[in-house]
Design a protein around this ligand. Structure first.
Ligand code: SF4
Length: 250
């Protein structure tokens, strides 16, 4: 990506470019002036043991061995494991490159996603696209999914029970995708994936691990939140660069 194009995407994020007074623009596009000095990647935190996909008595269709992408998509489309099946327009399975290194995970479909059947559309989706492009990734290069495949009515937070019922589908998507890194966007997705109530602010800038394969997981803000709170876009930019650094080391 050219530096001019990268600057365009950074501008879309509301981030400035460094310009040294009296000299031509600096080639680097890293923006925040108050960014801390680079530091070593933190050691992975201890995470709860992943649930056993083949646990006795677990009839989740997303946990069966040998499920491929079309099977899994069909099972999600027909799912009635929680009450959200009664209010959805359609399930929102996920979209993107099925061999992607990056898996982006949000919390649940919103109204527009429920209508279109695709995660991260509308203004939040456009900002997510800009965030990805700022680190050199096209939307088509990553895989994007949610913890929940059905929209909670009124865009309320998913209940713990709904998340528990639906998470096996995401786990199966991860088993098929084998990503190098997961980027959890937003508090709800992060807390459900990490099974914690720790605030998003405290989960940022650390390498967590997810699931049986211990995929590195980095946390950042949800683009819908950033649209409401543009002052935190700088922190999101730091998170994206951190995630890119983590991915490069995998
Ligand atoms: S939210 Fe998940 S578990 Fe609940 S009905 Fe939809 S696909 Fe099934």
């Amino acid at each position: 990506m050219s530096s001019a194009l990268r600057r365009e995407y950074l501008a879309a994020l509301g981030l400035e470019t460094w310009v040294v007074r009296g000299k031509p623009p600096v080639a680097r596009e890293t923006a925040p002036r108050d960014m801390p000095a680079p530091r070593d990647m933190p050691a992975p935190r201890d995470m709860p043991a992943p649930r056993d996909p083949g646990a006795a008595g677990d009839a989740s269709p997303g946990r069966e061995a040998g499920v491929d992408w079309p099977d899994l998509r069909a099972r999600v489309a027909a799912c009635t494991r929680c009450a959200l099946c009664n209010t959805r327009t359609q399930t929102v399975f996920g979209v993107g490159n099925q061999t992607a290194d990056w898996l982006i995970v949000g919390e649940a479909p919103g109204a527009e996603e429920d209508r279109q059947g695709e995660p991260f559309v509308g203004r939040a989706g456009q900002l997510l696209n800009s965030m990805l492009r700022a680190i050199g990734l096209a939307r088509e290069q990553v895989y994007i999914a949610n913890v929940l495949k059905c929209r909670p009515p009124g865009n309320r937070d998913p209940s713990a029970g709904e998340a528990a019922e639906c998470l096996p589908y995401l786990e199966q998507q991860i088993a098929l995708l084998k990503p190098k890194i997961m980027l959890a966007v937003g508090r709800v997705a992060s807390q459900n994936l990490l099974r914690t109530e720790v605030t998003l602010g405290r989960l940022r800038q650390q390498v967590h691990r997810f699931g049986r394969s211990q995929v590195p997981l980095v946390v950042t803000y949800h683009p819908a939140y950033l649209l409401r709170t543009p002052a935190d876009k700088r922190k999101a930019w730091e998170d994206l660069k951190f995630a890119r650094e983590v991915c490069a080391r995998v």
